[in-house]
Write a protein that binds this ligand. Structure first.
Ligand code: ATP
Length: 216
């Protein structure tokens, strides 16, 4: 089974990293791939460039062999469409291996606005992680997919290469990249919300409008 967890990672934080560890254990896979997007089609431009976000993500997972970074969306260039990423991965792993794409309810709420979203279940399973305060419109297409194509267990995901939706509760940390960016811009400390190595690199590169000569 191959598992990918995509995001802007602007910047990566302990909320993302803890979730990645929980997912790896839940799905019992040796490795989980974190896939930073290059240009997100459905949200404002990130606070940091894709190469910087990729560099921070690599620093964050250094020394954790269970988490790997897949930079294919940067290499591909252009807007980062998940359907295209999944198509590339499916071609790599062949037709039979289960492929799972993970996202939080906030991301899944806009699933039916993604380019070519109908092809996604033909390529992969979708694992939706419940995020507090992020409900789905019960009349919307995403909630409908959970009802009509939903499954109840990880074992079911193993039984087919693609096509199922699993809604999963996991322990989550209440951390968002937006709150981290705000703190940095306002001259407040983001320490303990993200790895020290990442925070150090942000200061060194002066990312997120980090005040110069910052000695936080
Ligand atoms: P922003 O605040 O800029 O929107 P974010 O912290 O939500 O960023 P993203 O890179 O947009 O991070 O999120 C990537 C994926 O990680 C999404 O599917 C999102 O639901 C999930 N995610 C973000 N923060 C957390 C968290 N604290 N715990 C679990 N999942 C998270």
């Amino acid at each position: 089974m191959k598992v990918i967890y995509g995001g802007t990672f602007d910047p990566v934080h302990h909320g993302h990293l803890r979730l990645a560890v929980e997912l790896r254990e839940l799905l019992a896979v040796p490795q989980l791939s974190l896939v930073p997007c290059h240009i997100p089609p459905h949200r404002a431009s990130p606070g940091a460039g894709s190469e910087d976000r990729l560099g921070l993500l690599r620093l964050a997972v250094a020394g954790e062999p269970g988490l790997v970074v897949d930079d294919r969306e940067l290499s591909r260039g252009g807007a980062s469409y998940s359907a295209e990423t999944l198509r590339q991965l499916r071609a790599l792993i062949g037709p039979d291996e289960p492929l799972v794409m993970v996202m939080g309810t906030d991301a899944f709420a806009g699933f039916d606005r993604w380019r070519d979203w109908q092809s996604i279940p033909e390529l992969a399973h979708v694992l939706v992680v419940a995020r507090p305060g992020e409900g789905l419109n019960p009349d919307g297409i995403p909630a409908g997919l959970l009802r009509t194509r939903g499954c109840r267990s990880v074992n079911e995901l193993r039984s087919a290469p693609c096509g199922l939706f699993l809604y999963q509760h996991l322990p989550l940390l209440d951390i968002s990249a937006t709150a981290i960016r705000d703190r940095i811009r306002e001259g407040r400390s983001p320490r303990y919300l993200l790895p020290d190595s990442v925070w150090q690199e942000i200061r060194q590169r002066g990312l997120y409008e980090c005040p110069v000569h910052d000695d936080r």
